[in-house]
Write a protein that binds this ligand. Structure first.
Ligand code: 13P
Length: 256
C-alpha cells in the first residue's frame, strides 16, 4: 500500500509571522492525525522557524520549493542541498511548472537537481504536467513521457522509488479549473506505466504520485479516491490552515 502524501506548496507567500500563525491553527486542528504523510513547503525564509515548530511531529515534515544542483561556490542567490539539510528539510519540490516556464528550467536541469537531492538524502517531489495547448493537441502522454524520461535519467531504482511524482496539469494550476477525476486518473496511470518502463513494475507500484492543480476541500476526496492518485500538492488552498486540514483529513479518510 502506498501511504498518501499531502503537501502544502506556499509558493512566494507567508512571512515568518504569517507562517507561525498558520501553524498555530493547523497543528491544533490536525490533532494526532497520522494516517497520511503531510509536508509543509514554505519559502526559504520561513524554513528555519517552520522546521522548529515541526520538530516534534512524526506526521508533518518540512519541504523546500527549489534547490541548486551545485554543491557550493559562486552561485549568488542559490541554496544548496546541504543548506536545506542543515534546516531539517526532508523533501524538495523540483521542476515545478512555474520554475520551468518563468525561470527556464529544462528537464536536464531538473534531472541534475533531482540527482543532487538524492545524493544529499532529500526526497524530491518532481513535478510534471502538460499545458492546455499540449492537451488540446492530444500530446499529454508524449509530454509526460519526455518529462519523466528526462528528469529521471541516470537514477537507480531505489532513487526512483524515493521520488514523489507530482502530476500538475499547467492549465489547472491556480485557475480553479481542476482536472476531472477521470482525466487525473488517466494521467496518473500513464505516469505509473512510464515508470514501469523506465525502471520496472515493482518500482512503479511503490512510487507515490500526487495530483496538483486547484485541489480544494470540496474536490479532494474524489481525486484522492482514484486508484493511482496517492496524494495532493496543494497551492492556493494550502494558505488557509482550515482548508488544508480538511484536504489532509480527506486523504486520511480514504486510508482508514
Ligand atoms: P493551486 O492549488 O493554487 O492550483 O496550485 C497548485 C500547485 O502549483 C501546487 O504546486
Amino acid at each position: 500500500m502506498r501511504k498518501k502524501i499531502i503537501a502544502a506548496n506556499w509558493k512566494m507567500n507567508m512571512t515568518v509571522g504569517e507562517a507561525e500563525a498558520f501553524l498555530d491553527t493547523f497543528l491544533l486542528e490536525l490533532g494526532d492525525e497520522s494516517g497520511v504523510d503531510v509536508v509543509i513547503v514554505p519559502p526559504f525564509t520561513a524554513l528555519a522557524k517552520v522546521g522548529e515548530r515541526l520538530s516534534n511531529s512524526s506526521t508533518v515534515k518540512l519541504g523546500a520549493q527549489n534547490m541548486a544542483f551545485e554543491k557550493s561556490g559562486a552561485f549568488t542567490g542559490e541554496i544548496s542541498a546541504a543548506m536545506l539539510r542543515d534546516l531539517y528539510v526532508r523533501y524538495v519540490v523540483l521542476g515545478h511548472s512555474e520554475r520551468r516556464t518563468l525561470f527556464g528550467e529544462t528537464d536536464a536541469i531538473v534531472n541534475k537537481k533531482v540527482r543532487a537531492a538524492h545524493e544529499a538524502s532529500l526526497k524530491p517531489i518532481l513535478c510534471v504536467g502538460e499545458t492546455l495547448a499540449e492537451r488540446d493537441a492530444d500530446r499529454v502522454e508524449e509530454v509526460l513521457e519526455t518529462q519523466l524520461r528526462g528528469s529521471l535519467a541516470d537514477m537507480s531504482s531505489k532513487e526512483i522509488v524515493e521520488t514523489v511524482i507530482a502530476y500538475e496539469p499547467v492549465w489547472a494550476i491556480g485557475t480553479g479549473r481542476v482536472a476531472t477525476p477521470e482525466q487525473a486518473q488517466a494521467a496518473h496511470a500513464f505516469i505509473r506505466k512510464t515508470i514501469a518502463m523506465i525502471a520496472d513494475q515493482a518500482v512503479a507500484d511503490k512510487v507515490r504520485i500526487q495530483y496538483g492543480g486547484s485541489v480544494k476541500p470540496d474536490n479532494a476526496k474524489t481525486l484522492l479516491g482514484q486508484p493511482d492518485i496517492d496524494g495532493a500538492l496543494v497551492g492556493g488552498a494550502s494558505l488557509d490552515p482550515r482548508a488544508f486540514v480538511e484536504i489532509v483529513k480527506a486523504g486520511a479518510s480514504i486510508e482508514a
